[in-house]
Ligand binder design. Structure first.
Ligand code: FES
Length: 109
């Protein structure tokens, strides 16, 4: 796992509860409450999406919710900024292609 156990500014890591999430159907372990992007990097996953026109891979860029390079489909909702969205047990995350696709399960109305 790629984690920083003792950060010079943030101090010593206080790991949360281990939970299982699914990335493109594959189960991985994450820490409840950490950002999805952090869990992905800790598991060696660096590509979050592919661009709409040229199908270029994108991953973390700003890491503060501004650039949208980290967007993925989370629990059937496309365009979720994974750098500012917390992990929850059982989340289903998929690599997003282009603008993403809405499904009936992801609707909130
Ligand atoms: S990395 Fe820029 S919004 Fe997430």
């Amino acid at each position: 796992m790629n984690r920083i156990p003792n950060h010079p500014i943030l101090d010593e890591e206080k790991p949360g509860k281990e939970v299982q999430i699914f990335v493109d159907g594959k189960p991985i372990m994450a820490r409840e409450g950490e950002m999805i992007a952090a869990a992905l990097i800790a598991n060696g996953i660096y590509i979050n999406r592919y661009t709409a026109h040229k199908h270029k891979p994108r991953g973390i860029y700003c890491a503060i919710g501004r650039c949208t390079d980290c967007i993925m489909t989370v629990d059937d909702v496309p365009n979720v900024r994974t750098c500012v969205t917390q992990v929850k047990e059982g989340m289903r995350i998929t690599t997003q292609h282009g603008m993403g696709v809405w499904s009936e399960e992801g609707r909130n109305d």
